[in-house]
Design a protein around this ligand. Structure first.
Ligand code: ATP
Ligand code: MG
Ligand code: MG
Length: 569
């Protein structure tokens, strides 16, 4: 067994292997294809796929598609894509709907064994009969139907004879149980609605609590990892697994094998862990869908979204996301993680993996008056200050440059170490320049700085080591490539947008400044990037060439994250 992470889930697995309870570990990641995956799902993905890899087992990707109407094949493709992007691959790709026949036959078995009945109560009546946390429920008047009557009614439910909601197949457990989930929960309800995989074949659909555990058992899942809100459902999970007993009833699933599924049922164990909650984020597919549907963002992959596609387009790395999940560990403690921790993980990953380039986002012209008009040089810059394997590149240098407007101050505040009238600054990789003259427009705005370059301070010259306080970056005006850069910030301007105790809906906390578009200048070696290539633009942050819209002749970059945590609130 792997060393490394030591959390309670991995400890259970180590114990199960040591005791011989299991010889191989099998997990699954079971998203419902009713939206794209978000950062919360990354935790479940890393846990399930990670454990399978560490303990030389396997992990299935199972689309939990038992809820027709909300599910869409577009989301299935998106989910597959996102899991692969995070760096994982599945053993088998399954759909819960692959097992609809098994679920049906298993329900017939439950009826035969006296463990299920068809109820005629409608939804409201059923709720009323169910009781509350403090009062027991009551038996439905239809609870004591004969096995024959139940078999007949259930067959007719399947044949489409009854209207939606007219009948329900329920488990016969205990209407007085202290656990409401055990008060005769529904197994099948009638819904005459087309399904993305099975079309109109079924007018009845299995409930999540029934379909999920049987899917786990069918696939031979040993450890079924899920989030804490399912803790109270565990007795029901075990009840269905035990009563259906797929391991000892091959007649229920033999046909799957004949159809090509490598099915080897086992008795799974459900283990719950706490959800990942991040400040400044929404991790509910329903709300993320609302942002998209109401046009509050540009789509599921909008770089402001904390969907995996959004984070990807923003330039976040799979390595940074995996690092976050690893750092946070796995426990049963619910908490909200500070978004800054996430950004730091991404910075850490990008610091080692992103080559450096120069870009100017808010340009101010700087002219070096003591160089000839047609002066042109190619300077050699290293691509990474800490890693020589990144190699070097040529950066064109000429008499007219763009510098960052905020690197100059006509009236400098105290402690300002960049450029000011009569002041000196080092131009990165060039030498020291002195600001001799300001050119202003009619409105009095500075539009150009006229400077002299101390030729003795250039590389290889005796004055190259002369000390000057600031160093600023630049782009040669003649060679710079005009580029659209999108400056992204957090989508919400409060840490807990979901907290509605202030009387405000989460929608009202959207940060209107979360997207800003600027026209920037890039050195040529940045502009030729491939889509999705990531760089550190020196002193500015990490940026990515937009994976959809960037082209070498019309570059588009997104800011992933600043170099330091500058988010004051
Ligand atoms: P939503 O409420 O946004 O629809 P969900 O939990 O219903 O999310 P599923 O598609 O059913 O979404 O989730 C697939 C798996 O991912 C489940 O096992 C679920 O427990 C897990 N998961 C979902 N959200 C989180 C989260 N925030 N942290 C950890 N695991 C999560
Ligand atoms: Mg859901
Ligand atoms: Mg949910």
């Amino acid at each position: 067994p792997a060393e490394g992470q030591r959390d309670f889930v991995r400890q259970i697995i180590r114990d199960d292997l040591a005791s011989g309870k299991h010889h191989a570990i099998r997990t699954r990641f079971p998203p419902e294809p009713n939206g794209y995956l978000h950062i919360g799902h990354a935790k479940a993905i890393c846990l399930n796929f990670g454990i399978a890899a560490e303990f030389t087992g396997w992990c299935n990707l199972r689309l939990d598609d038992t809820n027709p109407g909300k599910e869409d094949p577009e989301f299935v493709e998106g989910i597959k894509d996102d899991v692969r992007w995070l760096g994982y691959d599945w053993h088998d790709l399954r759909h819960a709907s692959d097992y609809f026949e098994v679920f049906y036959d298993a329900a017939v078995k439950l009826i035969r064994d006296g463990h299920a009945y068809v109820d005629d109560l409608n939804a409201d009546e059923m709720r009323e009969y169910r009781g509350t946390l403090t009062s027991p429920g009551r038996n439905s008047p239809h609870r004591e139907r004969s096995v024959e009557a139940n078999l007949d009614l259930f067959r007719r439910m399947r044949e489409g004879e009854f209207a939606d909601g007219a009948k329900t197949l329920r488990a016969k457990i205990d209407m007085t149980s202290g656990n409401i989930n055990m008060r005769d929960p529904a197994i099948y309800r009638i819904r005459k609605i087309a399904h993305q995989n099975t079309g109109d074949a079924w007018p009845i659909y299995p409930m999540y609590d029934y379909a999920h555990c049987l899917s786990d058992a069918l696939e031979g899942i040993t450890h079924s990892l899920c989030t804490l809100e399912f803790e109270d459902h565990r007795p029901l999970y075990d009840w269905f697994v035990d009563k259906v007993d797929l391991v000892n009833h091959p007649e229920l699933w033999q046909h799957l094998r004949e159809g090509g599924f490598k099915t080897e049922p086992a008795k799974p164990r459900q283990i719950e862990f706490s959800r990942l909650n991040l400040s400044y984020c929404i991790t509910s597919k329903r709300k993320l869908a609302q942002l998209v549907n109401e046009g509050l963002v540009d789509g599921w992959d909008d770089p402001r979204m904390n969907t995996l596609r959004g984070l990807r387009r923003r330039g976040f790395t799979p390595g940074g996301i995996r690092l976050l999940i690893e750092r946070l560990g796995v426990s049963k403690q619910n908490s909200v993680i500070d978004y800054a921790i996430f950004e730091n993980c991404v910075r850490e990953d990008l610091d080692t993996s992103a080559p450096r380039r120069m870009a100017v986002l808010d340009p101010l012209k700087l002219v070096i008056t003591n160089l000839p008009e047609d002066h042109e040089e190619s300077l050699v810059f290293s691509n990474h200050p800490k890693d020589e394997s990144f190699g070097t590149r040529n950066v064109p240098f000429s008499r007219e440059l763009w510098i960052e407007r905020e690197d100059f101050a006509e009236v400098p505040p105290k402690g300002f170490h960049r450029l000011k009238p009569e002041g000196e600054v080092r131009l990165r990789g060039v030498g020291i320049v002195k600001c001799e003259e300001l050119i202003k427009d009619a409105a009095g705005n500075v539009i150009e700085l006229r400077c002299t370059l101390d030729l003795e301070s250039r590389q290889g010259m005796p004055g190259a080591d002369r000390k000057v306080k600031g160093t600023i970056h630049w782009v040669s005006a003649r060679h710079g490539v005009a580029t659209e850069v999108r400056i992204y910030d957090r989508l919400f301007n409060v840490a807990a947008p979901d907290d509605e105790s202030d009387g405000k809906s989460w929608i009202e906390h959207i940060n209107p400044e979360a997207k800003r578009v600027v026209q920037a200048w890039l050195e040529p070696a940045a502009a030729v990037a491939a889509p999705e290539q990531r760089f550190q633009f020196e002193r500015l942050g990490y940026f990515v060439a937009d994976r959809i819209e960037h082209r070498a002749d019309k570059p588009v970059f997104n800011r992933t994250v600043t170099l330091r945590d500058t988010w004051a609130k």
